[in-house]
Design a protein around this ligand. Sequence first.
Ligand code: SAH
Length: 349
Amino acid sequence: MKKVLQDLTKEELSALVEGLGEKKFRAGQIFLGLMQGKRIDELPIPSSLKARLLETYENEPVKIAETLVSKDGTKKFLFALADGNLIEGVLMKYVYGNTQCVSTQVGCRMGCKFCASTLGGRVRDLTSGEILSQILVVNRAEGGTLKARAVTNVVLMGSGEPFDNYENVVRFLRHVTAEGGICISARNISLSTCGLVREMKRFSEEGIPLNLTVSLHATCDEERARTMPIANKYKIPEILDACAGYFEKTGRRYIFEYTLISGENADETHALALAKLLKGRPCHVNLIRLNEVKERSLKAAAERDAQRFLEVLEGQGISATLRRSMGSDIAGACGQLRYSRIFPDGKIP
Ligand code: SAH
């Protein structure tokens, strides 16, 4: 595979262009074009320079291969990478703007039992430019520009564990928030982790005040380990400590994702235990009913049980929201679309 030009910062592009013996202002033209979601062959530069760049760099590292539109307006994108790997993303439309969910790895090796992204394991990490390009091409396809962006918010909740690809994800975050580029503020970005405590602590020192989100899905380690293998490595108290550390450094309250699974974690006793665990912490709980994955046997909690869970949390003074499940008619859950395209017969290899 060739290299990804979108991996480079504006300064790195300048060095590259100068190294090729070209005039400095070309770097600005290249940067602007790339940020507009353009391919190298479309950049407003001389064809000789295009040809030289194309010797080393991918023309189109991330390409929209398929777009599915849900009844609720949610769009699901299947992206093809230059090496033929597929990843996916979602664009959710809200009154305050459009939120794009991006992938950070091809597949995932965290092994959560409810998640389709883990079905084939981790194939490879995405480069920072491949993560960024998902946003650039969708912003363009949706008619957005750098001034009037069609993508206003970003969540790192697609396939992959962001902190299992730490360096590239942090590089991506620096690029996506940088002035002069697509420039999405850290406040409008959420990063979701299954709770890699070591990286959570490291990230607290990066000075990127985004919305740190942790997938909890259980109230004690034994139950958590039933669906999330990572629970064998890091315990809930360590996760809570790391969250507190993030709050101390950034002043940002943190968020817990809690997927409601019938017979697993969705009873009133679980709601009370969760409230007890989180009481007094500067956090918010996002509840979502399991998006059922056909290759997995887990079932979603009933709507009324989810409602009851929310009421119990709120009654205990915990800030919580029950999220609408969006795009379920278009394989909205993590990894489902990619998986259905790689293994159309639904068989796990
Ligand atoms: N690896 C990261 C981010 C990717 S998953 C993490 O674990 O947080 C994004 C969120 O979707 C996580 O909270 C994950 O637990 C949740 N999720 C995965 N599969 C799901 C499903 N089938 N139904 C509901 N939520 C799911």
